[in-house]
Design a protein around this ligand. Sequence first.
Ligand code: AOY
Length: 477
Amino acid sequence: MSGLPCADNLLLVADSYKISHHLQYPPNTTRVYSYFESRGGQFQETCFFGLQYILKRWLVGQVVTQAKIDEAAELYQLHFGSDAVFNRQGWEYILQEHNGHLPIEIKAVPEGTVLPVKNVLFTVENTDPKCYWLTNFLETLLVQAWYPMTVATNSREHKKILQAYLNATADNADGLAFKLHDFGFRGVSSVESAAIGGAAHLVNFLGTDTIAGVVLARDYYGCPIAGFSIPASEHSTMTSWTRQGEAAAMRNMLERFPTGLVACVSDSYDIWNACENLWGRELKDLVMSRGETNSTLVIRPDSGDPPTVVVRCLELLGQAFGVSINSKGYKMLPPYVRVIQGDGIGLQSLGEILHHMAANGWSADNVAFGSGGSLLQKHNRDTQKCAYKCSFAEVDGEQRDVYKDPVTDPGKKSKRGRLTLRRGDAGDWTTVTEGQGTPDSDELVVVFRDGCLVQEYTMDEVRERAKILDGNGGYME
Ligand SMILES: O=C1OCCC/C1=C\Nc1ccccc1
């Protein structure tokens, strides 16, 4: 037992109403086929990621045992006040006939793929006609793919902005992968969410403090080390020296971490004083000497109006350490001093800060950003309108296209029939409905079948697919 709620018992990982659904399909239903899509919302394209974690964590291998069936039967008898709801026979059939492996086929777009919303992202179908009820039993769990997909998509939107500003104001975009650091571990709802969301951010970037995400990438995406960080202070390690001791605390950071990158939060009392008089005067020689070993001090403001504070810090540091003009005509601090802004960073404020920097002649290359709640937590299933819907069924041997089309919301209309995902010569994506597609033209790949993970992706492959191609998703006015 992993100590998790539901303790790895897949039979408990569903909405309660699902437990009764095996009794609600037409008699002699032998096949239920459903698909997952994002209908779009904040973003009109989606970076698909995270299904592999769900498959490997919950569905691969012998996931049905007698003990799990008995535990579920007991709980559901209490939960419904009846032992006529839970599908004991159905689960025992899977245990006996399939040795506890799920007779399901899942076809998905390769992880990391970026495609317009409203396209099929994965399909689910039972491979044993007696297990028609299993396809949609799995909805509850599989729809949780909304989270990693939405985090990866949102993180990638930040990358577009950063790349555009680097292209416009920096010598190159070589530092792009470290420009947005994940600060979100504490701000999500669970360690597992941190792992999933943290890994999703790492599809696009290499900087993170969310260790759980690095661990998930190692354990589920074959990546020994998916993200990196550096020694950095927090307010307690600075303020415990007292206000009079702030310079000593800062000096300690430089002496304890004499080479490489070190970050120091500097707004405990007065960020302006810190930049001008502490880093810029009292510790100036120690800061400058880091240049001799290609080492860098990263100064961290952590309060105030972000665009104003970032630019003011750059101005003060520029006065103290000097400024050069890069190939794009923008100001650069010396290589041994940089700024990281980790307060109030989201898609909107990132653009505003970078715009304000550029408007004041500062290159985007001077600053890195940290984002927490906006990066990992400020999303829900509706952000990208992710849904799982049945589009095909077989009843009494008759194959029927299935759909919903609510008169009260045309936006919720679902696709009909078996679906395939086609990629045109121009790289455009089309979802072919009503079984009109052909298997050999289908971009959907069988990733799971009958308890086995048929196709697996490494973080490197995922990152390759998620790369941003044109460097000008820009926001430059
Ligand atoms: O402030 C924080 O809140 C919570 C997450 C971590 C964190 C800062 N970390 C950091 C890492 C690398 C450079 C600078 C800071």
